[in-house]
Each structure stands twice: as structure tokens, then as C-alpha cells.
Design a protein around this ligand. Structure first.
Ligand SMILES: NC(=O)c1ccc[n+]([C@@H]2O[C@H](COP(=O)([O-])OP(=O)(O)OC[C@H]3O[C@@H](n4cnc5c(N)ncnc54)[C@H](OP(=O)(O)O)[C@@H]3O)[C@@H](O)[C@H]2O)c1
Length: 329
């Protein structure tokens, strides 16, 4: 696969499918050759909009297309497992949107299938392949701010969508936690690993999903993560990593930052700025998938399945604390 461009199939035709397709079309090594939808008309509309040659009204037909090298799954969360499974069963590598699944149990079904079929599988946790976020992880693990004592990360976005929208629907895995909270939780996992203890408080909607949630993760050695997510309030969407000899401040949006500032005791603050790039910020992720496929890898070392499963387990633990359950989880 390394000698030619990678042929992508896009599964679903919503906002995120469009944003990622736009970025794929900017990548010299990528072609978008097919789209799959729940309906023929939806697939045709998306194909026309982006100049995609083949449009399918059934996910299985996209998965069976012999000229698709990898499928990008961008359905609502509750359908990630079904969609990814259909693709893996047809022999296709998969990049699956975040949150990877509704629960750790569901996530394991998919990762086990990919391992059995020896197929590439990656959660679209684009933060993990962002060069600046990687740099923060390297600096902190190299001791640039001493021992990490605390991670603070916040993602709130006040939404005004009707009550029937997927964000409020328990059957769709609605709520702030899976849509937004997965970023601060994943960020804490990147820097501190899996927590020893999980505490959380939430306000639930009349439908029973979380409107906003505060999360406190405890780690061996005393470090902690203080994380929030909200569908009710815009917040700073920033993160700070505190160490024994300094701190790293990451301004909005911390999951795709324009810059970060390293404050080290006894030194002038140093700013690390992102390289300007066109598009929506998903190019790094597209290139990482294509690099892995070209190298014959079945997972990305930057977004390994073990990490995805550990995050899902933490999200499960948060939900157990706040009393949120999804049908079919
Ligand atoms: N990485 C990021 O930055 C980012 C940003 C936003 C969202 N996301 C993730 O991307 C996923 C999709 O989000 P979105 O904002 O694109 O959602 P969206 O705009 O609601 O679109 C989702 C698409 O999935 C399909 N779909 C809708 N309802 C469905 C159902 N009941 N069963 C099966 N398919 C259904 C539809 O496509 P068809 O009509 O063609 O079937 C729809 O257009 C979510 O998991 C979300 O967490 C990631």
C-alpha cells in the first residue's frame, strides 16, 4: 500500500464526515473513492458535494467495495460498533470516531475482532496525533516541569439543539461526557495513564443523560486530574499541567491547540506555536492512518487500542458514579 495513495471510504454523511472528508481531499496521499449512508439519496448528495465517485445506500456495500482501502466511521456514537464491525468483517481497516463505543464492553468486541482479523483499527482521537499535544506529553514525561502533580482540562460548549437531537438521546449515547468529556479524559490518560480512583458529579437531563459533569481522577503517587465537560456552558476549553517545578498552559482549544506555554521555575516562559495549516485540523490523523497502513501496522503507536480501552473504562466508571446508562451499552 505504501507505493500508491490510500483509497478512503467514508461511512455516514453528517457534520464530522464532511469536516474529515474536506481534510482528506487536501492530503496528497489520499483519495476519497466511496461514501456509505443509511440512504441512497444521502450518499448521492454527499458524493456530489465532494466529487466522490461511488455512493452506497447501505454500509455493507461500502464495506464490500474492493477498491476501498480503509473506512472512516462517522456515525453517532451508538452506531460506531455496528458500523466498525461491518467493515472489519468485510476485511476493511477502520478509523472510528470518538467516543470509540458506548462502553468498554462494546469497545472490546471491536478491538478483539480487529485483532482476530489482523486488521488496522484506530479511534479518531485526533488530539493524540496533534504535534503540539505530543510535544506536551514528551516534555512532561522528560521531567521538564518536574513530577506531574495535576492535570486540569475543560471542554464546555453551550448547545442549542432540540430535545430530540442525538446529544440528548440516551439511545444515541447522548450527553456531555461521551461527546466532549472524552477529550479531557483522554488528555489525562495521555499524561498520567489510567487512574486508580474515579469520582464524578453530574447534572442529568430529563432524558437521563449528563448535561454537565465534573470528574476527579486519582493516581498512584498522589497526582490528580480535575476535568469538566458541559453542554450548558461555554468554558475556556483550556488545559494546564502542573508539576513540581513548573507548569504547561494550553489555551483553547487544548485538544487542537494553537500554542502552549512552558513555565519552568527559574526560566522565562517559552511559547511553542503550532505550524499554520489549512483545513480543520484532521490532516495529522489522516496521515497517521496512512503511515500505519503503508507500514503494515494493525494499530497506531500514537493511539493504541489499549489506551482507547482504558479511556472507555474510565468513562464507564464516571457513568457508574453519575448514574447514566445507555440502552444496548
Ligand atoms: N473528532 C471530532 O472533532 C469530532 C467532532 C464532531 C463529532 N465527532 C464525532 O463524530 C460522530 C458523528 O458526529 P456528527 O457531529 O457528524 O453527527 P451528525 O452530524 O449528527 O451526523 C451523523 C451521521 O450519522 C448518520 N446517522 C444519523 N443518525 C443515525 C442513526 N440513528 N443510525 C445510523 N446512522 C445515523 C447520518 O448519516 P447518514 O444519513 O448518511 O446515514 C448522520 O448524518 C460522533 O460520534 C461524534 O462524537 C467528532
Amino acid at each position: 500500500m505504501s507505493e500508491r495513495s490510500i483509497r478512503w471510504g467514508v461511512l455516514a454523511t453528517g457534520g464530522m464526515a464532511a469536516a474529515f472528508t474536506e481534510d482528506l481531499l487536501r492530503e496528497p496521499g489520499a483519495q476519497v473513492v466511496a461514501v456509505g449512508s443509511r440512504s441512497e439519496a444521502g450518499a448521492q448528495r454527499f458524493a456530489q458535494r465532494f466529487g466522490i465517485p461511488r455512493a452506497y445506500g447501505r454500509w455493507q456495500d461500502l464495506a464490500a467495495d474492493p477498491e476501498v482501502d480503509v473506512v472512516y466511521v462517522a456515525t453517532p456514537h451508538a452506531h460506531h460498533v455496528t458500523a466498525a464491525t461491518a467493515c472489519l468483517e468485510a476485511g476493511k481497516p477502520v478509523l472510528c470516531e470518538k467516543p470509540f463505543a458506548l462502553s468498554g464492553r462494546q469497545a472490546r468486541l471491536v478491538t478483539e475482532l480487529a485483532a482476530k482479523r489482523e486488521l488496522f483499527l484506530m479511534e479518531a482521537m485526533w488530539t493524540y496525533v496533534n504535534p503540539l499535544v505530543r510535544r506536551v506529553a514528551e516534555l512532561t514525561s522528560d521531567g521538564a516541569i518536574g513530577e506531574v502533580r495535576a492535570v486540569h482540562a475543560h471542554f464546555g460548549a453551550r448547545v442549542s439543539v432540540p430535545p430530540e437531537h442525538r446529544l440528548w438521546d440516551p439511545a444515541a449515547g447522548g450527553g456531555a461526557l461521551l461527546d466532549l468529556g472524552t477529550y479531557p479524559v483522554s488528555f489525562a490518560h495521555l499524561l498520567l495513564g489510567a487512574p486508580e480512583s474515579v469520582t464524578a458529579h453530574a447534572r442529568l437531563s430529563p432524558q437521563g443523560v449528563d448535561e454537565q459533569t465534573g470528574i476527579l481522577l486519582g493516581y498512584a503517587g498522589g497526582a490528580m486530574a480535575v476535568l469538566t465537560c458541559s453542554l450548558l456552558a461555554d468554558d475556556e476549553r483550556r488545559a494546564v499541567v502542573y508539576g513540581t517545578r513548573g507548569r504547561v498552559e494550553i489555551p483553547a482549544d487544548f485538544y487542537n491547540p494553537p500554542a502552549f506555554v512552558l513555565h519552568r521555575d527559574g526560566h522565562e516562559p517559552r511559547t511553542y506555536a503550532a505550524t499554520p495549516q489549512e483545513g480543520n485540523g484532521y490532516g495529522h490523523q489522516a496521515r497517521e492512518v496512512m503511515r500505519c497502513l503503508g507500514s503494515g501496522l494493525t494499530e497506531s503507536p500514537l493511539v493504541p487500542s489499549a489506551g482507547t480501552l482504558a479511556v472507555m473504562d474510565t468513562l464507564d466508571a464516571v457513568r457508574a458514579r453519575i448514574g447514566v446508562r445507555y440502552p444496548g451499552e
